[in-house]
Design a protein around this ligand. Structure first.
Ligand code: DGL
Length: 279
């Protein structure tokens, strides 16, 4: 019998911690037949306030690790890593490590659909300090929709709140209100807010409640899933290298019990994570 999965591998999905699960969930909804290998670098999360060099180094380590586990394609399900490491990895590292493999991020696909979402042409971007200070959204949106205005707000407390399982606790309210108010006070014409950090959908109910109903609040998961489906349609050579068994495995650099508890709540199914040292 021919094993069709013999030379195939799972899609690697990488994030600094739990946030990438918001992307993984939508990938599995859209492309349930594919295999996925999730890696959360929880031991070193959050990445949001770390320097360019450190985020790049950590992300490259994770990408190499996932390639080593047989992933032909890795999605950086993390805006901070996409902003600070993706381009260098694609241009400088990939040709040397494995030119046939691919690494994709979440910023470009999100920027591509922003034009369909806003009527006023003023977009609010909420992300980590790293993502906001990199100017990546400003640049991508300017290329695709030159008439649009991007207004950004760094939310340095949000990812730590999620990593510490406090997203639905009362302590989160203060920081949700604070950053939403500061963003909206910058420009009254903002009609669309992009949650440009994969951790933030876990705070969605609180963010939605803090934002006026006339303003859209957009999660990236579905956008990234649609973009991956489109990418695989356009790249049959990569599509044919992805294993198809509908399996999903989880790896964390931190304590597995803590990961399992939070991931189960979020994904609404039991999760069995393995601890790994990626160095
Ligand atoms: N989830 C990540 C992002 O999309 C990073 C959060 C963090 O580690 O600070 O930016």
């Amino acid at each position: 019998m021919i094993d069709n999965n013999m030379h195939r591998g799972p899609i690697g999905v990488f994030d600094s911690g739990y946030g990438g699960l918001t992307i993984l969930k939508e990938l599995r909804k859209k492309l349930p037949e594919l295999d996925y290998l999730y890696l959360g670098d929880n031991a070193r999360a959050p990445y949001g306030s770390r320097s360019y060099d450190v985020v790049y180094k950590f992300t490259l380590e994770a990408v190499k690790y996932l390639f080593g586990r047989g992933c032909p394609l890795v999605i950086l399900a993390c805006n901070t890593a996409s902003a600070k490491a993706l381009r260098t990895i694609q241009q400088n590292d990939l040709p040397a490590i494995n030119p046939a493999n691919r690494v994709l991020g979440v910023i470009r696909p999100t920027a591509e659909i922003i034009g369909n979402l806003s009527s006023s042409g003023t977009i609010g971007i909420m992300g980590t300090e790293g993502t906001v200070n990199s100017g990546s959204y400003d640049m991508e949106v300017a290329k695709l929709f030159p008439s649009f205005k991007v207004v950004s707000q760094a939310c340095p407390m949000w990812a730590p709140i999620v990593e510490n399982n406090e997203a639905s606790g009362p302590g989160a309210d203060y920081f949700v209100d604070k950053y939403v108010r500061t963003l909206l006070s910058q420009d009254s014409t903002i009609d669309t807010i992009v949650l440009a950090c994969t951790h933030y959908p876990l705070l969605y109910p609180k963010i939605r409640a803090a934002v006026p109903s006339s303003v859209k609040v957009v999660n990236q998961g579905e956008i990234v899933a649609d973009s991956l489906a489109d990418y695989l349609r356009r790249h049959p050579e990569m599509d044919s290298r992805i294993a198809r068994g509908g399996r999903c495995s989880y790896l964390t650099t931190e304590n597995p019990d803590k990961f399992n508890d939070l991931a189960r709540i979020f994904l609404e199914e039991p999760v069995e994570v393995d601890h790994v040292d990626i160095l």
